[in-house]
Structures are given as structure tokens and as C-alpha cells.
Design a protein around this ligand. Structure first.
Ligand code: GCU
Length: 491
């Protein structure tokens, strides 16, 4: 980090950081302390690295905002109606064979997403060592007995001992399993182990985002449905991998690799770091004999829905995904002007999800001029296409129950349709929409578009994917060819 790239205030902060680094060195302790910037300072630093002097402010999610309210007028929603072609190489060649996709076109798309959108996973990420902290056999999920393991994945931090990264994950499997089973890994908050029989059932039955804004608490939770269906589940805690804010970018796994210093513009952001952590969780699952490691899925809602999509796109060992209400940065097209925008992701509250380079696309003034969503080399349909031919279920709820228009369900539907040609090229099935993506209209709520590897369903609940879980399980069982054993209730 060169302090002269910074404004005077930040030069001071940088100098202060250097001084705090120097002190422990003199005493012979840890060699470095991580930078202790606020998100605003780190965001400013990235703008300066990129030569950006002004970003456009993101639109307000408040429909009554008097200035800069998000657009909800469908007539103005498609300022860039043509998406980058998934099946056309940069050299202008049409991609007509699977081989061309794997050898030429897919790597081009991966490169664009890594450089400009989500960032690269560094080459030298240290090793993770998994330990089973607890194994409990006296637990139930619903009324079914389970085996619950509490795990920690310790990242080797010998290169920067002041940054500790301990990945938290639980693995819960039905106790009556007769053989290895599929497992759904779920991004969520730390939730502890399941209860003992007789203890009160958890009150939040929705998962990570609590289904805010509507929905009924009645009925089984996602984890109850999974266990009853003979699946296992793993819960992985994103914040134990990488903080969900810009101030944390010099810590967590991103900070550890950078020895506490700020990111370069193509370094990974939190979404990619969370996806990396999920892949390390999968490394553990591959060693656990209760798990069929070829049938491990990834799930998340909202920001974790984005993370689930990024995980399936970049980690080929994940077999399947349930992507819940992922919105901007997830399944929603960046090129759509409806609800959340690129400019929200480039502001200091959300930019940490992305690579620094992504800031360019929200730029009003800079040494490279201005750029917007239409300048992105790739868009969400290509992120979905990177998952092909592996099965992916794109899930949303409805605005009336709290899955706000902010998420742009229609723009996500268009992206799903536009990913279809890649699934078909690879011998997989799309959602069955006959229209070109430009004219494709979301079907009515609760319509199953679940015949193919590429699947879509908008349920009638809120900001959650529990309402689609039973549809996901039936669809996944069919595509993964899994026939669960009959469940045995607890005595
Ligand atoms: C905000 C943000 C979304 C995000 C959501 C969440 O609404 O704008 O992009 O998905 O928070 O994760 O809850």
C-alpha cells in the first residue's frame, strides 16, 4: 500500500497504521496488525486506487422517497434491452458445441466475472483444518432423531497471526440413515445445535432472514423438511469466513491473505469469500462417510442467495443450488432499471460484496470517464449459465408478503430465460419458457417451472425460500436420483 495514493486524512490513518505495525515488531511479537479502517475509508481508498472522483448515489428503496427513488415503472425498466451473448466468443465466433463452451467461452465469462464483478480467489489462500468439536446423538429436528456435529475449520494464519479465521459449520444428518445421503449446505447465522427431545421448538421457522414482512410461522421449517426427506443439512456461518461490511475487508479470509492491507481492485469481495468458505466446508463433507459428497447442494436467501449462486457458479463440486430472493448481484440483471441498482452495490454499504473493480460501473466522474450497468462485460444470465448443466432452482416470494419489488423478480426471470441456451447446449433442460428473454413475462405465482435442470418458482410467501423447500426437495431428488429411506420418528 502506497500512502501517497491517499488523501491527507487517509495518509494520516495509514501512517497511524504503520506506527501500530512498528510497535509489536520492536517487541518481537506478531509482525503485522490489520488496517483498522471504517467502511467509508476503505471505500474511499478503492475509489482512489481506481481514479474515481464521483460515484452516482444508489436509488432509495423507500417508494416514497422524494429524490432518487428506485424505478418501479416497467416501461422504464429495460434501458439496455440487449444482454451480452452467452454463446458468442469475444472473437465473434458462435458457440455451437459443448467443447467450445468449456474450452473457450466459459473461461472468458469466468475471467470477466472474476476481474470486474466478484474478484479473484488468490492463489495462496492458506489451508483449512477441520475439527469436530461436538458430536451430539441426543437431538431431534422436528420429531426425527439426528446426529449433529459442530465443526470448526481453522485457517492456517502463520503468515499473519493477528488475523484469526475459524469457519463455523454444523452438520446435521438423520440418525436412521442407511447410507450416504445428499446434504444441503445453507448460508445462515450461527444457530447452535438442534434441540433435545422435549425442549421447545425454535420460534423462527424461516431460516436466515426470518421471513420478515409476512408469511405464517405454521408448518415445518426447511431443516425439518430436509431431515424428514432423508437429507442432511449443514449450516455455515458467512461472518466466520468474512465480515459482511467494508471495514472487515482487511480482516477475515480476505484480510488474512493480504496481511491486513487493503484489497487490489480485482481481489475478491465477501460473496466470493463466502463461496470459498462453502467450498472448504465441502472439503470436510467429502471426508464424512454419512455424506454423499457428489450430492451436496448450496442454499441461501437474499445476500446469501447471491452467495449461493456465486458458489455454484465457481465451485464445480457443488451438485445443485437453491437460490432464494437473490436480487441485484444475484439472479437479477444488472442492466435492468427496477428496484435495486448497480449504484447500490457500489456504495459504501454493499461494495464489500463485490470486487473493487465493480465500483467503476457506478461511476459518474473518474480518470476513465463514466460507466454504468450497460458497460458491464457480463450480466446475471451468464452467472446462472456458469452453473450449467448442474441443476439450479431460482426462487422468489411475492412483494405483498415482504419479498419486495426491490429484488426485481421479473428481471431475475429474464436472466433465467436468457441462461437457457447454455443449459440446452450442454444437454440440460431450461425452464420451458418459449419467449425470447426480452419478451418473457414471469408466470403467475406458484407456477412450477421445475421440469429441467434450470428451474424457476415464485412462491406466495415472503423474503424466504422455505415456501419453496418441498418443491426444491422433490425436484432435487429427481435430478440427483435420490430415493430416501422411510423416516423413523423419535421414541
Ligand atoms: C438489502 C440489499 C439486497 C440484499 C438484502 C439482504 O435489501 O439491498 O441486495 O439482498 O439487503 O441481504 O437482506
Amino acid at each position: 500500500m502506497n500512502c501517497f495514493m491517499l488523501s491527507p486524512a487517509f495518509r494520516f490513518a495509514c501512517l497511524a497504521a504503520v506506527l501500530t505495525v512498528a510497535a509489536p515488531q520492536l517487541s518481537g511479537a506478531d509482525s503485522t496488525e490489520p488496517m483498522n479502517w471504517t467502511a467509508q475509508q476503505d471505500h474511499q481508498n478503492m475509489k482512489e486506487q481506481l481514479g474515481i472522483t464521483r460515484l452516482r448515489p444508489g436509488p432509495s428503496g423507500n417508494a416514497n422517497a422524494t429524490t432518487n427513488a428506485a424505478n418501479y415503472d416497467p416501461a422504464k425498466a429495460n434501458p439496455f434491452p440487449d444482454l451480452p451473448e452467452p454463446l458468442l466468443t469475444k472473437g465473434g465466433q458462435k458457440v455451437t458445441t459443448a467443447e467450445q463452451w468449456w474450452k473457450v467461452r466459459r473461461p472468458e465469462i469466468v475471467e470477466d466475472f472474476e476481474r470486474e464483478v466478484f474478484g479473484r480467489v488468490p492463489k495462496n489462500v492458506p489451508k483449512v483444518t477441520w475439527t469436530v468439536l461436538t458430536q451430539a446423538t441426543d437431538r431431534v429436528v422436528g420429531e426425527l432423531p439426528v446426529i449433529a456435529k459442530q465443526l470448526v475449520g481453522q485457517v492456517d494464519n502463520s503468515s499473519c497471526p493477528s488475523i484469526k479465521v475459524d469457519i463455523q459449520m454444523n452438520l446435521v444428518t438423520p440418525a436412521n440413515a442407511r447410507g450416504p445421503m445428499p446434504v444441503l449446505m445453507m448460508f445462515g447465522f450461527g444457530s447452535g445445535l438442534p434441540r433435545r427431545p422435549g425442549e421447545p421448538a425454535p420460534t423462527n421457522r424461516f431460516g436466515a432472514f426470518g421471513g420478515f414482512g409476512g408469511g405464517t410461522n405454521a408448518g415445518p421449517s426447511s431443516t425439518e423438511m430436509l431431515i424428514a426427506a432423508g437429507w442432511g443439512y449443514a449450516t455455515i456461518v458467512p461472518n466466520s469466513i468474512q465480515a459482511d461490511n467494508g471495514a472487515g475487508l482487511t480482516k477475515g479470509i480476505i484480510g488474512l491473505v493480504n496481511q491486513g492491507q487493503p484489497r487490489q481492485p480485482d481481489d475478491w469481495g465477501s460473496l466470493r469469500a463466502w463461496a470459498w468458505g462453502a467450498a472448504r466446508g465441502l472439503d470436510y463433507l467429502e471426508t464424512d462417510s454419512t455424506v454423499d459428497a457428489k450430492k451436496v447442494g448450496i442454499e441461501g436467501v437474499s445476500r446469501y442467495g447471491k452467495a449461493a449462486l456465486v458458489t455454484l457458479a465457481f465451485e464445480p463440486r457443488f451438485a445443485i443450488a437453491l437460490v432464494g430472493s437473490s436480487g441485484e448481484g444475484g439472479a437479477k440483471l444488472h442492466r435492468r432499471n427496477f428496484g435495486e441498482a448497480v449504484e447500490n452495490l457500489t456504495g459504501s454499504g454493499e461494495y464489500h460484496w463485490m470486487a473493487g473493480n465493480f465500483l467503476k460501473y457506478g461511476t459518474a466522474e473518474s480518470k476513465f470517464g463514466s460507466k454504468n450497468a450497460g458497460d458491464l462485460p457480463v450480466d446475471a444470465h451468464q452467472l446462472i449459465a456458469l452453473c450449467a448443466p448442474r441443476p439450479i432452482f431460482i426462487s422468489y416470494g411475492i412483494p405483498a408478503r415482504g419479498d419486495a419489488n426491490w429484488l426485481d423478480q421479473q428481471g431475475s426471470y429474464m436472466a433465467t430465460v436468457a441462461a437457457g441456451p447454455v443449459f440446452r447446449l450442454l444437454g440440460a433442460r431450461d425452464i420451458g419458457e418459449k419467449e425470447n428473454y426480452r419478451a418473457a413475462k414471469m408466470p403467475p405465482v406458484n407456477t412450477d417451472m421445475l421440469d429441467g435442470e434450470l428451474a424457476w418458482r415464485q412462491h406466495d410467501g415472503g423474503h424466504e425460500d422455505r415456501s419453496n423447500m418441498k418443491h426444491f426437495i422433490a425436484w432435487a431428488d429427481r435430478l440427483l436420483k435420490y430415493a430416501p429411506p422411510a423416516a423413523v420418528p423419535a421414541k
